[in-house]
Design a protein around this ligand. Structure first.
Ligand code: TRP
Ligand code: ZN
Length: 917
């Protein structure tokens, strides 16, 4: 008997997890020119008639047609109208006796499926009585047999039939060409998509929905209809999404010359969704979280997220849909580029340089707290991966956020105009095609022949092929005799799984020099350059290509303070031995707002790391850190920032927020999560107590933001007043003061927007006030009919600071709450992920109960929704860094999951990689 080799080494009867490799790519043996789909929609048994026209790909040797399928009941297969022989190979349908030659032939396949039982939320499923589809990456095969790969692009005609009373709205991609009534109370709608597309962009929606509509005219004068579909009752929460969509259409036309290519563009919201949203051609499907907003129910962060996700999906219409991916290894071709585009969109809308910098800082914070750990852990992979077991596991912060940084570096290396030219060339060359990351970089480079990108093209592409975060080590030496400052930049990158040797990257380092006494920006003149004013700029970009390079700056009267990697000019870690005084100078004076913030973060980080390492400082019996940690200079610097009238409130809030526990942990070789938590809490307490008067002033000055608007200035003021209130409640908890918790409760009660209300509630809960329980009860009563607000209510409690191990029992209680459901991803995330992934101080218990809880939930969720389960499985990715006893306990919990016999490929891949040596 043939012995199957199991890639995962498992010894049970589970299906072997086979790795798919990029180098194995071959073109499809058949093309599908057109698809005519007819759906008879029924939650328990939906009938799908699929009539395709196919032809052999003349460039590929003749071979059988192998169609992907998953969880389908096959009823009929006809070739050119005749019955035909077929066989199954696993879940694939194989046809061997197809017409010879290159003539097109007709293939008709009739299948049924059961949307009501589809808890994976991939393929066709039912959410609150409405049908939805999710096909990316490989969900179309759960609807019909098909060549489910992005390089097979077809024309679609879709007829939907359903009960008219229950499913009055019938939507699919493209244009509505016909509709009418049928017998038995049923009706139909026929849609034709004018654009060819890969099947992952197919979508249908059927149910009781209502739409906000908006007619728009493009720059070139064409008319379009925009629609945002939601459940009846939610229409009042669609204005912001519609505005965001209108801005998106205008922005893509203005900045990149890319117009809307459809008469009708639809967004539909569903509360059951695995991710944020999906860019199906002309029919975007969104998680309600990224559509519905009113000032009463959504925070400023929600408003900002809606703007960027609406933008993101809309921008995919060109970067993803018109030009798509050849294979899923090229995922960042569309995702990295589209994240870059949505980031730029939000920055352009934000307007002021300060608001742009705030957005940049927020984006970098995500990259560093989520992507850097991924790049240093067991799931590390290049922006263009070389292999995967389950593609769903590769919708990662590396593909998205690091991918966006790689596009951003290209943008910065060729300049804004050059990048626009490169994009133009990209579409001239590849519109309508399925292409690779190489094709994209090549277009940007070819449009900018004289740029440093083009000069170092082959080396630049290592950003796509090498995983891991490079480190740049900077050392400076000032020589008074020659008045020269020599700055040496050296790069290195640690090994990642499967990649032991790393070649040097192309690292654009934007830098400036600052006068150590006055803080003034100094002219940058490199040795050998004249002193003519053209070169005497105060900020410039040095392209680091060697393992080590030394730059010599001349004409300097004293040792300057270097400001490096300005604006986070490359996704790298900067190692530099600043003195505290130098960091204080940068914090007070750097013209680059990003590095100003960064200097404050470095000071805080250094303080935290020293306190964590200092054995003389201990955690007292109360579980609290028993030492003053912050230096007076640091506190004074924070006070100056708070008081500085020239700085925006949003920026102040970022500077006054300490680095997260996750980010601190990432800097350490051995992680004691309890000690990190205790040290950070002690630092916060000290900031709260020593700046009390200034927090009061910040609260007073920023608490009233007038009529609600989510713009950067007023949301920044709400963020700062919220932090101030939080700090004042923390201080009150220490001093026994009851005034501030009382004020917070009052604020919570009378607030007219969710941002202020939720900030006040958070201050009460996080400071452990006795007013927290009544406030939580009141909040639930007020918003019991608002699922997205109830998610916040759950998340706040599951993410609360641990007091003597009280969070885990609270989480178990929350799971027993009548509003809890494991099947709804938003709800599962709000409780389980908030605890396991976002509350390290409570999750990493020394009795390992947090880990046992985690393994139970991973296993439980895997049976319902493998994609969501696999994300939860990653909560222990960094277990190898943990100190004893957490390390062994975490290993055991992961092994416990791995030992389950019938795991999904999704979870198996994650735990197998986590346990690999
Ligand atoms: N392409 C989607 C995006 O805009 C991502 C996405 C949405 C997705 N739903 C999914 C990916 C389900 C995989 C599975 O980023
Ligand atoms: Zn995307």
């Amino acid at each position: 008997m043939l012995q199957l080799h199991k890639a995962d080494g498992s010894e049970d009867g589970a299906a072997p997890a086979i790795a798919i490799r990029r180098e194995d790519y071959t073109a499809p043996a058949y093309w599908i020119d057109s698809v005519e789909l007819t759906f008879d929609l029924d939650p328990n048994k939906t009938r799908v008639l699929n009539r395709m026209v196919l032809r052999r790909n003349p460039d590929v040797a003749a071979q059988p047609l192998k169609l992907d399928g998953d969880d389908l009941n096959l009823a009929r297969v006809l070739v050119n109208g005749q019955g035909t022989s077929f066989k199954m190979e696993g879940s694939r349908l194989v046809l061997e006796n197809l017409p010879e030659g290159s003539e097109p032939f007709a293939l008709e396949i009739f299948t049924t499926c059961c949307p009501a039982k589809n808890t994976q939320l991939m393929g066709l499923y039912v959410s609150q009585g409405t049908f939805f589809t999710q096909c990316e990456a490989e969900g179309f095969r759960r609807i019909t047999y098909f060549l489910d790969r992005p390089d097979v692009m077809a024309s679609y005609t879709v007829t939907l039939r359903a009960d008219k009373a229950q499913y009055p709205v019938l939507l699919s991609n493209g244009n509505l060409v016909d509709s009418g009534v049928l017998e038995d109370g049923r009706h139909f709608a026929k849609w034709v998509d004018p654009h060819k597309k890969p099947c992952y962009l197919f979508a249908l929606v059927a149910g009781k929905l209502v739409a906000r509509e908006q007619k728009i005219k493009s720059r070139s004068g064409t008319d379009h209809l925009l629609q945002v579909y939601v459940r009846p009752g939610d229409l009042g929460k669609t204005e912001h999404a519609m505005n965001s969509l209108m801005y998106s259409v205008a922005w893509d036309e203005a900045r990149f010359g890319l117009p809307l290519d459809l008469e009708r563009f639809m967004i539909v919201a569903t509360s059951d969704f695995n991710m944020g949203a999906m860019e199906n051609k002309g029919l975007n499907i969104f998680n309600t979280k990224y559509v519905l907003a009113s000032e009463a129910t959504a925070t400023d962060t929600d408003f900002a997220n809606i703007e960027s996700v609406v933008g993101h999906e809309y921008f995919h219409n060109w970067t993803g849909n018109r030009v798509t991916c050849r294979d899923w290894f090229q995922l960042s071709l569309k995702e990295g580029l589209t994240v870059f585009r949505d980031q730029e969109f939000s920055m352009d809308l934000a307007g002021s340089p300060s608001a742009r910098a705030v957005k940049r800082i927020e984006d970098v914070r995500v990259l560093r707290t989520a992507q850097f750990p991924e790049d240093a852990g067991p799931m590390a992979h290049p922006v263009r991966p070389d292999s995967y077991v389950e593609i769903n596991n590769f919708y990662t912060v590396t593909i998205y956020e690091k991918g966006a940084e790689v596009v951003r570096m290209q943008h910065n290396l060729v300049g804004r105009e050059g990048f626009a030219k490169g994009m133009k060339l990209y579409f001239e060359r590849h519109d309508g095609q399925a292409v690779t990351c190489d094709d994209f970089v090549q277009a940007i480079a070819d449009a900018n022949p004289a740029s440093p990108l083009t000069q170092h093209l082959a080396q630049f592409k290592r950003w796509y092929s090498q995983a891991g975060t490079p480190r740049v080590r900077a050392t400076g030496r000032y020589d008074a005799a020659t008045r020269c400052y020599a700055l040496t930049l050296s790069q290195s990158c640690a090994p990642t799984p499967g990649q032991s040797e790393k070649q040097p990257f192309v690292i654009p380092v934007e830098l400036g020099l600052i006068d150590a006494t006055t803080g003034a920006a100094l002219p940058l003149q490199l040795a050998g350059e004249g002193s003519e004013s053209a070169n005497a700029t105060t900020s410039r970009v040095i392209v680091l290509t060697e393992a080590s390079q030394t730059l010599t700056f001349t004409n300097l009267d004293a040792e300057p303070v270097p400001s490096l990697l300005r604006g986070f000019s490359a996704p790298a870690v900067l190692d530099i031995d600043y003195t505290d005084a130098q960091l204080l100078t940068l914090l007070a004076h750097d013209a680059d707002a990003f590095n100003r913030w960064e200097a404050g973060q470095r000071l805080a980080l250094r303080t935290a790391i020293n306190a964590i390492a200092d054995g003389a400082m201990g955690i007292g019996a109360s579980g609290q850190f028993d030492h003053q940690i912050l230096a007076a200079e640091f506190v004074d610097a924070m006070r100056s920032v708070l008081r500085n009238p020239a700085l925006d409130a949003a920026f102040k809030e970022l500077v006054l927020t300490l680095p997260s526990e996750t980010y601190i942990a990432e800097q350490l070789d051995v992680v004691d999560p309890q000690r990190i938590h205790a040290v950070r809490e002690a630092m916060r307490e000290q900031l709260a107590l020593s700046l009390q008067a200034d927090w009061e002033a910040a609260w007073e000055q920023n608490q009233d933001t007038g009529g609600y608007s989510p713009d950067p200035v007023s949301s920044g003021r709400r963020a700062l007043s919220g932090l101030a209130l939080h700090m004042l409640c923390i201080a009150a908890q220490k001093t026994g003061d009851v005034v501030w918790p009382g004020k917070a409760y009052q604020r919570f009660k009378v607030a007219t927007n969710m941002t202020d209300r939720f900030n006040a509630l958070t201050a009460l809960v996080a400071s452990g006030s006795e007013l927290a329980p009544p406030a939580l009860a009141r909040f639930h009563a007020l918003f019991k009919d608002e699922p997205l607000v109830i998610d916040k209510w759950f998340a706040l409690q599951a993410g609360a600071p641990d007091r003597g191990g009280n969070v885990l029992p609270a989480v178990r209680q929350l799971m027993a709450h009548p509003d809890f459901s494991l099947k709804n991803p938003n709800r599962a995330r709000s409780v389980i992920f908030s605890y396991c992934s976002a509350n390290p101080g409570a999750f990493h218990r020394s009795d390992a109960a947090g880990y046992v809880f985690w393994s139970d939930r991973v296993i439980e969720l895997d049976a319902i929704n493998p994609q969501v389960a696999a994300r939860l499985a990653r909560a222990l990715d960094r277990w190898k860094k943990l100190a004893a006893p957490w390390r062994s306990a975490a290993r055991e919990a992961i092994a416990r999951v791995a030992a389950k016999p019938d795991l999904s490929n999704d979870v198996r891949e994650v735990v197998t990689r986590a346990l690999a040596e």
